[in-house]
Write a protein that binds this ligand. Structure first.
Ligand code: GTP
Ligand code: MG
Length: 195
């Protein structure tokens, strides 16, 4: 996809603020700091349209970015951040759950996991939940550049095994730093936003 226009639209705290133009939406889920905002920036070749943070777990809204007039990226607040209170964790859960289950414009969830580590309990729970609810999901393994090339395959295998990605299930290694995986991910996304 050739990105000619990308703009931040809104930090939505609830459905009344979601866009009404019915463009397809691609959601990004993953723990805090996994690289969601960096992936958006890389996909659209911008240094800092999506805010990358060094204080994880801050955003509790759904951040909407419109790409061309083709789709939205919807950046979720990261899960699994220890310092977040129980109450706000619950609020997070409810907002995300109703978005995922009810939003008709949602076409694909990018479930992001850090390639350097085995998936966390939260990652596994999230992936199971998405599949259980029949949502289309593509696992994106982030920060590939931080693993020596010769060891990458081994890391891919651990992720696939522990998440239980079936043969043929979508999995894309990615590096926001170097651009690895960008074209492959655009091609997967394109397949899900055509109707
Ligand atoms: P929250 O918004 O807090 O949930 O985090 P996030 O998932 O949006 O992560 P973000 O994109 O802000 O990245 C977190 C940190 O990881 C930043 O310091 C990024 O520069 C770094 N990072 C993200 N992706 C990559 C990558 O592919 N390679 C490397 N080397 N660093 C990355
Ligand atoms: Mg972010």
């Amino acid at each position: 996809m050739k990105v000619t226009k990308a703009e931040f639209i809104i930090s939505a705290v609830g459905p009344s603020q979601f866009p009404v133009d019915a463009l397809p939406e691609i959601a990004l889920a993953g723990r805090s700091n996994v690289g969601k905002s960096s992936l958006i920036n890389r996909m659209i070749n911008r240094k800092n349209l999506a805010r990358t943070s060094s204080t994880p777990g801050k955003t509790q809204q759904l951040n909407y970015y419109r790409i061309n007039d083709d789709l939205y990226f919807v950046d979720f607040p990261g899960y699994g951040y220890a310092k977040v209170s129980k109450t706000s964790r619950k609020a997070w859960g409810q907002m995300i759950e109703s978005y995922l289950l009810e939003r008709e414009e949602l076409k694909l969830v990018l479930q992001m996991v850090d390639l350097r580590h085995p998936p966390s309990k939260d990652d596994i729970m999230m992936y199971d939940w998405l599949r259980h609810n029949g949502l289309p999901v593509c696992v994106v393994g982030t920060k590939a550049d931080k693993i020596p090339k010769t060891r990458r395959e081994k890391h891919y295998k651990v992720i696939k095994q522990e998440l239980g990605i079936l043969p043929g299930g979508l999995f894309i290694p990615f590096s926001s730093e170097e651009g690895m995986g960008k074209e492959e991910l655009w091609s997967v996304i394109s397949g899900y936003i055509e109707n």
